[in-house]
Unconditional design. Structure first.
Length: 261
């Protein structure tokens, strides 16, 4: 097959651009302060674009891959998804002493009422051969003096497409904790001016090997208006999280139709 001239030219341009940046890195000591600031600004814009490409490319690969993620999903599963923060490197990769409502990446936020903000939330690489996600999410709590702490994850709009009260949302999470900890998951569905919620207990986690938690949210029990669906998100709620370190090693969501009874 003959090469595509336009693609060849674009590939050549990217190769030359990479070489130019490599040369600039070697030549930093010889640059004027004005030129250095100019190149720093250009590099930061380029890095944001590259990070966005990597994140979207990883998300597409996960959506199309026939991997071990889907082997044990219920029959009739019509949607599956893993948050981007677990699939590709983000920048910045962490938050220290965050205000309530601060976001890490496009989909993930942290909510609390700790006056000292004694928290650290950061993306960490998964290194175990059994990990399906490339990255995990680590939450470190120090002298936590608040009454509530949660991590929220916004589900994509695709999760709302065709969603009905006949669906079941399935959550498959793998977590590890430094000290015993009780964790809850709450699914929130916004429709018009109303928001319906479902709360599930993941269990009382103990230190040691990562623990897998699989729960289901049966939307049959929600009084949601299927014609006015606007938003859906998940809260992971940590009970009495003082002086602990929790790693969310994976979070995989899917949906399927409930069995007729």
């Amino acid at each position: 097959m003959a090469p595509n001239p336009r693609r060849w030219l674009k590939d050549l341009t990217r190769t030359r651009t990479a070489r130019q940046w490599a040369q600039q890195a070697r030549n930093v000591g010889n640059l004027s302060q004005r030129r250095l600031r100019q190149l720093q600004n250009e590099a930061q814009v380029l890095r944001r674009d590259l990070d966005l490409f990597l994140t979207r490319a990883q998300a597409r690969q996960e959506a199309e891959a026939g991997s071990a993620d889907i082997l044990d999903l219920p029959p009739g599963t019509d949607w599956r998804w893993r948050p981007r923060v677990l699939g590709a490197r983000i920048s910045p990769a962490g938050l220290a002493a965050p205000d309530s409502g601060t976001r890490l990446g496009d989909e993930t936020g942290i909510w609390h009422d700790c006056p000292q903000r004694a928290l650290i939330l950061r993306q960490v690489p998964n290194r175990s051969a059994t990990d399906l996600a490339a990255y995990g999410l680590q939450l470190e709590t120090l002298g936590f003096g608040g009454s509530f702490l949660s991590i929220s994850v916004d589900l994509p709009e695709r999760a709302l497409q065709g969603l009905t009260r006949s669906h079941v949302i399935r959550m498959d999470a793998t977590l590890s904790v430094e000290r015993p900890l009780s964790i809850y998951a709450r699914l929130n569905v916004g429709h018009g001016p109303n928001t319906d919620e479902m709360l599930r207990h993941l269990g009382d986690l103990t230190p040691g090997a990562p623990q897998r938690c699989v729960i289901e949210f049966d939307l049959h029990y929600l009084d949601m208006n299927e014609r006015r669906l606007e938003k859906i998100w998940l809260d992971l709620i940590f009970e009495a999280p003082q002086m602990n370190s929790t790693v969310l090693r994976d979070l995989f969501l899917s949906r399927h139709l409930r069995a007729d009874i």
